[in-house]
Design a protein around this ligand. Structure first.
Ligand code: AGP
Length: 369
């Protein structure tokens, strides 16, 4: 097992650090930047069917559901197809309206999650086209779907999903770009810019990983907090949900993720000098609005940990700590902002002496209802 961990103390830490390679493995062979094309057999072979969908319904659970939420922003923005994102366990039991014009995308690292599998079977029965985004090759969901795209993240052993999340987002971004190009909803120059920027992401993830020492210091400061709030907007709202899920599942600290602007509709009541609030406040995407949310937290004496774009001064002046990530285009920020949140939950769990790779009550793949 020590050899499998490749010198890291835990699988989770190894998998966090594998993300630069995992992301490039996901786009390698698919994204031909010089030629300005994306090749994905599962999409190419079914282009008319997918591009003409009246609606895309994404079904998934847990972290994969969060990747689906990020994809909702990407698909609507780039391919102009309406998207709904559903918890597979709710979708399958509520007699959903599904038509032959729908494309249902199942996202699952393991490809074995029982609820996601059942949701796909239901969608097929109703005549929808089923597309799988799985990591495990030959898994049940990848076999049950009409077509799909693997994430190629390599084996993920830690129960807390890390590289599965970033590679799912990468595959779904490629898919949205491909559909957008086919439909003409993205300009050639924008398409090309996306490809070039996606190609730079692995290097930028490496850069983001360099904040590890600072994050250990922050983890030590807040490890005894009983609660923690995560806020983000737009593309980074699902990242806030994912950051909170990571913290609760491995450290057992109660954490909630919220869209930053929803704070004033309830969670603001929780804020006092005991409450750490992690705020994703990157330069692109409602930055000024998020800064005013930070001011509201500060005036209630909450402790602020800002995830900011490199060189940011405004949030630095307000926050207790800032963790910088490199600049990128808004739609790709989740691939960077999620990195410090993974490391933060990891270090808090280690400092608290928790079983990071196998947290209590959880299984890597949930094959029961
Ligand atoms: C994430 O850290 C979880 N352990 C869990 O939420 C997981 O993402 C969920 O069970 C879905 O698994 P899947 O991607 O294999 O379908």
């Amino acid at each position: 097992e020590q050899i499998e961990k490749g010198g890291y103390e835990h699988f989770m830490l190894k998998e966090i650090h594998e993300q630069p390679n995992a992301i490039s493995d996901t786009y390698r062979g698919r994204m031909l930047v010089d030629k300005g094309i994306i090749r994905m057999a599962g999409v190419d072979d079914n282009m008319e069917r997918i591009a003409n969908a009246k609606r895309i319904i994404i079904v998934a659970c847990g972290t994969s559901w969060h990747a689906g939420l990020v994809a909702e922003y990407i698909f609507e923005d780039i391919a102009r197809i309406p998207v709904e994102v559903e918890y597979a366990s709710e979708f399958r039991y509520r007699n959903p309206v599904i038509t032959e014009n729908d494309v249902v995308i199942a996202i699952s690292q393991s490809g074995e999650t029982a609820d996601t599998m059942a949701a796909i079977k239901l969608a097929k029965e109703k005549g929808a086209f089923a597309f799988g985004v799985c990591n495990v090759v030959g898994s049940s969901i990848s076999r049950e779907t009409h077509a799909g795209a693997y994430t190629h993240a390599g084996p993920e052993i830690g129960v807390a999903s890390t590289k599965a999340f970033t590679t799912q987002i990468t595959v779904l971004t490629l898919m949205a770009l491909k559909l957008g190009k086919f439909k003409g909803t993205i300009s050639n120059s924008d398409f090309q810019f996306h490809l070039q920027e996606l190609e730079r992401i692995p290097e930028k993830v490496k850069e983001a990983l360099k904040s590890d020492e600072l994050i250990q210091e922050i983890a030590d400061k807040y490890k005894d907090a009983p609660n923690c709030l995560y806020l983000g907007r737009g593309y980074n709202f699902p990242v806030a949900l994912e950051g909170a899920l990571k913290l609760k599942e491995i450290s057992y600290i109660h954490a909630e993720g919220y869209p930053a602007a929803e704070m004033k509709h309830g969670p603001i009541a929780l804020i006092d000098e005991q409450m750490p609030v992690v705020v994703i406040a990157t330069k692109k995407g409602h930055y000024e609005k998020v800064v005013s949310n930070i001011q509201e937290i500060k005036s209630r004496k909450g402790k602020i940990i800002g995830i900011v774009t490199k060189g940011d001064e405004e949030v630095r002046d307000l926050a207790d700590y800032v963790i910088e990530v490199p600049e990128t285009m808004e739609s790709l920020t989740p691939l960077l902002t999620t990195i410090p949140l993974q490391l933060l939950s990891y270090h808090i769990a280690v400092l608290l002496g928790k079983n990071v790779d196998q947290p209590r009550n959880l299984a890597k793949s949930v094959t029961v209802e």
